[in-house]
Design a protein around this ligand. Sequence first.
Ligand code: GTP
Ligand code: ZN
Length: 199
Amino acid sequence: MSYKKFEEYNIKVTKEVKHGYQEIIKTLGEDIHREGLLKTPERAAKAMQFLTSGYHLDADEILKSAMFKESYNDMVIVKDIEIYSLCEHHMLPFYGKAHIAYIPDGQIVGLSKIPRIVDVFARRLQVQERLTHDILECLNRTLKPQGVAVVIEASHMCMMMRGVQKQNSVTTTSGFRGQFMKNETRNEFLKLISSDLSR
Ligand SMILES: Nc1nc2c(ncn2[C@@H]2O[C@H](COP(=O)(O)OP(=O)(O)OP(=O)(O)O)[C@@H](O)[C@H]2O)c(=O)[nH]1
Ligand SMILES: [Zn+2]
């Protein structure tokens, strides 16, 4: 889609989602003509578009745009990557940290591209398990490393603000491919990030 077409599409989506929010706010018993709420449906629509903007981005292409030949053969870890996503069940936020490692096989990737692909998959309606695998599989198929590991620890607002109302539970998900299937490599990675996991 051309930039102009995409802009037109975005304006149309904002208009439709804004209309949806007007209905929701009204149905929930608020006065949509109240001064403080006048622009709220449009603001909420734009916020939601941003939080789901990952649908329009190609994570494989982002990685491919900065891959370099390099003979470095040891583990590369990017840890403490902030994650903000929306659970697909309640459309409430879940947030936390991702720790990602790979062992190159002839090519490395620009470091910033790792948090960028995290955002591409986080800015969608997600479950933490699928988010973990989306990131893992993207790195595995695009970079073709000797191994890749992803650990995500997150708190879910749908379990905090409502439902079971547990404020301190943290969910950890993980995925491993290639060399990280070996206990020794996996344990080295887990040890290197363990200071974060106990925080
Ligand atoms: N596996 C998984 N579950 C999630 C995630 N985010 C939210 N959930 C859960 O999705 C489930 C949806 O269950 P339902 O019983 O259909 O929804 P509900 O009645 O609102 O459930 P409660 O949250 O228990 O009140 C809940 O257990 C949530 O905790 C996630 O990332 N992964
Ligand atoms: Zn939820």
